[in-house]
Design a protein around this ligand. Structure first.
Ligand code: SF4
Length: 203
């Protein structure tokens, strides 16, 4: 049965996106009693998609550069963003929960748009995201398993970094002079934008 679109005005003055509509509510196959929501933003996302994709830990992101489709594993569900502004959100309690979560992302989309308009370097991370794995991060860590970051090994820490469960600034030994080369190779691997996304605050 066709449902009437539910339109939500979220931001009166959003730089790019202001409103979102729920166009379809379907049963979610992943979990009984939950729903899958199809939504539509009031703007296309093509322009901001590569920057937006770089705002999340690479382990939670699947980005298809030539199609500009971004799938995130976040908030205990999978959310896909399409260049047309369409969004699919799985495993959701009800439309209200879906709107609450999507408001957070709309804010981020508007930030990305402003960054690109204000001439931020807008690093295109699309090719990079799929190539960064735990071993790449591990190779740039001090590899002394000191546990200062609260994780038993540097390898476990690199996995947490990729999934967004830890931040780079938790590895204090990276700041020591003897690890300068490691830090530099990490910066080279990730670039400024991803370093920031993964919790590195330059001091
Ligand atoms: S603090 Fe750094 S060096 Fe120590 S275990 Fe964690 S990642 Fe490894």
């Amino acid at each position: 049965m066709e449902m009437k679109e539910l339109k939500y005005e979220i931001f009166e003055k959003g730089a790019l996106v202001k409103s979102v509509s729920i166009t379809k509510i379907m049963p979610c196959m992943a979990e009984e009693g939950r729903v899958k929501l199809a939504m539509q933003l009031d703007s296309t996302l093509e322009e901001v998609m590569p920057t937006f994709a770089g705002k999340f830990p690479p382990g939670n992101v699947n980005f298809i550069p030539h199609k500009k489709i971004l799938t995130l594993n976040t908030h205990k569900r999978v959310i896909s963003f399409f260049p047309s502004g369409k969004i699919m959100m799985m495993n959701t309690k009800d439309p209200e929960e879906g709107i609450e979560i999507i408001t957070e992302f709309m804010e981020k989309i508007n930030q990305c748009y402003l960054e690109s308009k204000n001439g931020a370097d807008g690093e295109d991370l699309s090719g990079k995201l799929s190539k960064i794995g735990p071993l790449n991060i591990y190779n740039c860590l001090p590899q002394i398993n000191c546990e200062e970051c609260g994780t038993a090994t540097c390898m476990a820490f690199s996995m947490k970094i990729l999934s967004g469960d830890a931040t780079l600034d938790q590895c204090k030994p990276l700041l020591k002079a003897e690890n300068r080369d490691k830090l530099n190779s990490l910066k080279e691997l990730l670039g400024d934008e991803l370093m920031k996304t993964l919790g590195w605050a330059e001091n």
